[in-house]
Ligand binder design. Structure first.
Ligand SMILES: Cc1cc2nc3c(=O)[nH]c(=O)nc-3n(C[C@H](O)[C@H](O)[C@H](O)COP(=O)(O)O)c2cc1C
Length: 444
């Protein structure tokens, strides 16, 4: 059955999306498309054995074999964690000193190579989950302060965090981020992206909701942003400028929970990133406490991107730092409009790129004008996210060669209502504590 697509309201050429993006350090992305970070959860989980803990697998290589042939200008890995005890979930890829081995280096090197096959810049997202570490991984993770995450989406719960001392901010956070960035550089990645969004540890420092500190990392906006600035400075000290290694950040344009970061605060943080000479910033919004994969107002729906009005407010602070906007883009018309209006320079794609790993290629060669339109209930964010996670797992089953060169090999067609209904039933059984019988297939 043919994939159903979003109607493309504006009849415009996709040509502008194929334009190169030049970074302040001279590096170039071949086009404006970015595959946004999406957690693969396909690495090993072996907390008792550091050498085997958080190792990328053949499955991850298979996934990036597909995206690496999709003509993205930049590809960002799912979150790679810098602390083996503070994971977003079991199955995350990890980089840490005690786990170093030639096997680990070889797997990360192959990962970067898969990403770069058709010219994309290979960027590793590095992250520390802090209080958003799932309780089954660690009931007492680190936090900026000891404020527990109350939200309880199905399948995940969080423990009460321990507030890092000032010294531990250096040893448990800064040193670990710098080690991971250098590792990524040595394994052939073109850059890293700090995960400074969605409520992970760096955001636990920037956000007044979670930062109640009285040391140099708490209080004023400058203090709350200090950790990110120090990580940036120390990465720059370790990796030669002449290498062209890119350092970027994913940052929230707004948080919606009580005392969350406001657009005005985000603007001040972004001014600092521009001044610091970050190579790129990816604007997004929301946290695990208050997800925001939807529009604030009816009036912005036509522009598709969820955070478009916040991006418009923040965009003027950037002159050299390249700006990407992620969340909601589905049609060529809206993508081109956002670039022409200078809301953003780059277009981040999350869920559309799991439904179709070569969406940029198809848009740039003019064969499609929009992403696959899934049949999920638009208000059921959990099912949509799990749908994308399932598609990533499906991509992992075969290398591109084994799939006969077909990047769509085995990927569920969630534009088919029957497939979505069967998937929903399977999830209901899982969340109801029952094992889904083998006969309930997600595929139609
Ligand atoms: C399955 C899944 C996993 C995700 N994992 C991450 C992650 O590891 N790091 C991150 O910054 N964002 C993550 N995201 C958020 C996406 O990068 C993106 O911001 C979000 O999906 C909105 O973009 P979209 O509307 O194009 O999907 C994830 C999203 C999905 C669907």
């Amino acid at each position: 059955m043919a994939l159903k697509r979003f109607p493309n309201a504006l009849n415009v050429s996709s040509k502008i999306l194929g334009e190169q993006l030049k970074f302040p350090n001279g590096r170039v992305a071949p086009n404006r498309f970015m595959k946004a970070s999406m957690s693969e959860r396909l690495s090993t989980y072996s907390p008792e054995d550091p050498k085997k803990h958080g190792l990328p697998t053949e499955k991850i290589l298979n996934v990036y074999d597909k995206w690496g042939n999709g003509q993205f200008g930049m590809i960002i890995t799912g979150n790679v964690l810098v602390d083996p005890t503070n994971l977003e979930d079991a199955g995350n890829a990890i980089i840490f000193k005690e786990g170093d081995s030639s096997e680990r280096r070889s797997l990360y090197t192959q990962w970067a190579q898969k990403m770069k096959q058709d010219g994309a810049l290979a960027i590793m997202q590095i992250s520390h989950a802090g209080r958003q570490t799932s309780v089954k991984v660690n009931p007492t993770p680190w936090g900026a302060s000891d404020i527990e995450l109350k939200t309880d989406p199905p399948g995940s719960r969080y423990g009460k965090p321990i507030a890092l001392t000032t010294e531990q901010v250096q040893t448990e956070v800064i040193d670990r981020f710098v080690y991971a960035a250098k590792y990524a550089y040595e394994c052939g990645f073109d850059g890293i992206q700090l995960h400074g969004a969605f409520g992970y540890l760096l955001t636990q420092f920037t956000s007044p909701t979670t930062n109640k500190r009285s040391d140099k990392y708490g209080g004023s906006l400058e203090n709350r942003n200090r950790l990110i600035m120090e990580i940036y400075d120390e990465i720059k000290k370790e990796i030669p400028e002449s290498s062209g290694f890119l350092v970027g950040i994913k940052t929230n344009s707004k948080e919606w929970q009580d005392e969350g970061t406001s657009v005005e605060d985000a603007k001040v943080f972004c001014e600092a990133y521009e001044k610091k000479k970050f190579d790129f910033v990816e604007l997004t919004g929301g946290t695990a406490e208050k997800f925001k994969f939807e529009h604030e107002r009816e009036s912005t729906k036509v522009r598709e991107a969820f955070f478009v009005e916040f991006a418009d407010a923040i965009r003027p602070v950037f002159n050299n730092t390249v700006v990407y906007l992620t969340g909601g883009f589905r049609t060529v018309g809206a993508m081109v409009d956002a670039v022409q209006k200078n809301t953003t320079q780059g277009i981040g794609l999350g869920r559309p790129s799991t439904a179709e790993p070569d969406l940029p290629k198809k848009i740039l060669n003019g064969s499609v004008l929009s992403a696959v339109k899934d049949a999920f209930n638009p208000n059921n964010i959990i099912h949509q996210i799990m749908g994308s996670g399932t598609q990533i797992e499906e991509m992992s089953r075969n290398s591109l060669e084994k799939a006969g060169g077909n990047v769509m090999d085995q990927i569920s067609d969630f534009s088919d209502e029957k497939v979505v209904a069967a998937f929903g039933e399977r999830l209901a059984m899982m969340f109801g504590g029952k094992q889904a019988p083998k006969a309930v297939e997600v595929k139609a």
